[in-house]
Design a protein around this ligand. Structure first.
Ligand code: NDP
Length: 374
């Protein structure tokens, strides 16, 4: 994740890039330290695991961690140092939202900032140093109905006496080819992360909800003008936010307006807009475009098993727990308030400590045996 001004994670950088949040979304290939991506060969198991010979025998461990953003990898660091030898099912595009973030300037400890992929490579190396097994596969199915908990990925069954779910959330995008091409080159989904780069510039925010209005208002600190582009004739955001936006001298609201194309070769130069009521098209020159049309938690595989709130985020009980004993939750998959790399990392730490303590009190024959092999 990227941390925005409020410390929330961010998906994409501005002109020079910026920080962010976590959960895997679109496949991305990074030139950064960690090499994965959709074309990377999956690491099915590390030496010593039960399917070294390529068999489909289950891979067993005391703790499974699902997700490899700041929450999942921090959980792995803590769990590995507690000798739990965690198995991290990292996803086929590991690293979470920070992998699509360039400069991360609000993660503590890096006064000059750090590239998102570089930061996640360091998280990963630290987790591996203490014995985490990180496997770059997307999970396909889970069964938490009894212990050991079971998770399947690419035909392999993984078993754990405890599980930490840290699958994150993904920013929603418009889905335009030009939007994808110019991400990090003026297209961003994180005003808090990237607003700083647009000092003295003219920019636009897409969306009509509270996030869009909040981001538009925040961006007026930097930009000379902020255009709010919304597809319908009324804004969805709360009344007070709408009133503030309309009253703000730097915000111009464009209703019934769709972004048909982001213009520019190597960086954003403007947008092509369509007025939905008339079909009229026009170009609006801009230096940056912020997409603020919402986030989606990566909870598809858990919705029927774990409690979700009205927005689809997992519900946490007692700091890092769920309604299933032994299943823990960390990061953006439940947190739609802060969405920061640093808060997700903190939650990963908490979940690992809680899992370790829970395992100590609830050892099964299999986990005891594994502990003996440790
Ligand atoms: P919302 O779902 O509330 O709003 C998303 C907005 O994006 C809507 O206006 C929607 O349009 C628009 N949109 C969605 N898809 C597209 C698309 N493909 N093209 C163009 N526009 C699109 O998400 P938010 O992130 O704004 O808010 C999520 C929740 O978080 C809400 O409950 C909100 O109240 C809360 N929140 C609260 C804040 C606060 O209290 N300070 C701050 C931020 C969020 P349409 O209206 O036509 O559907």
């Amino acid at each position: 994740m990227t941390d925005d001004a409020m410390g929330r994670p961010r998906p994409e950088p501005g002109p020079s890039g910026d920080p962010i949040s976590l959960a895997p979304a679109a496949p991305i290939s990074f030139a950064g330290a960690i090499s994965f991506g959709p074309d990377a060969a999956p690491v099915v198991a590390e030496p010593g695991s039960r399917n070294d010979a390529g068999s489909s025998d289950p891979v067993e461990g005391k703790l499974l961690i699902i997700g490899s953003g700041p929450a999942g990898l921090t959980a792995a660091i803590y769990a590995a140092r507690a000798n739990l030898q965690p198995i991290v099912l990292a996803g086929s595009t590991p690293g979470g939202q920070l992998m699509i973030t360039s400069d991360v300037e609000n993660y503590p400890g890096f006064p000059d900032g750090i590239q998102g992929p570089e930061l996640m490579a360091a998280f990963r190396a630290q987790a591996e140093r203490f014995g985490s097994r990180i496997i770059d596969v997307d999970i396909e199915r889970v069964d938490f109905s009894s212990r050991p908990f079971r998770v399947w990925a690419r035909g392999i069954e993984y078993r754990g006496d405890a599980v930490i779910v840290a699958t994150g959330a993904s920013a929603l995008w418009l889905g335009l080819e030009s939007e994808t091409r110019l991400r990090g080159r003026g297209v961003s989904a994180c005003a808090t992360c990237d607003g700083f780069f647009f000092r003295g510039k003219e920019i636009a925010v897409v969306g009509g909800g509270d996030t869009a209005l909040e981001e538009a208002t925040f961006l007026t600190r930097f930009a000379t003008k902020v255009h709010l582009l919304h597809r319908r004739d009324s804004l969805r955001a709360s009344k007070i936010m709408v009133e503030r936006a309309f009253a703000h001298p730097k915000i111009e609201v464009h209703l019934n307006t769709i972004v048909a194309e982001v213009l520019g070769d190597s960086r954003v130069e403007g947008v092509r807009l369509v007025t939905t009521t008339t079909g009229e098209q026009r170009h609006l020159p801009l230096d940056g475009l912020f997409i603020a049309i919402g986030y989606m938690p990566n909870t598809d595989l858990f919705r029927d098993i774990l409690e979700v709130d009205e927005k689809g985020y997992l519900v946490v009980r007692d700091e890092s727990g769920s309604q299933i004993e032994g299943v823990f939750i960390a990061g953006d998959v439940h947190d739609h308030r802060y969405r920061q790399a640093v808060t997700a990392a903190g939650e990963g730490c908490k979940a690992a400590i809680d899992a370790e303590r829970w395992l100590e009190l609830n050892a099964t024959p299999s986990s005891s045996a594994l502990a003996g092999q440790g």
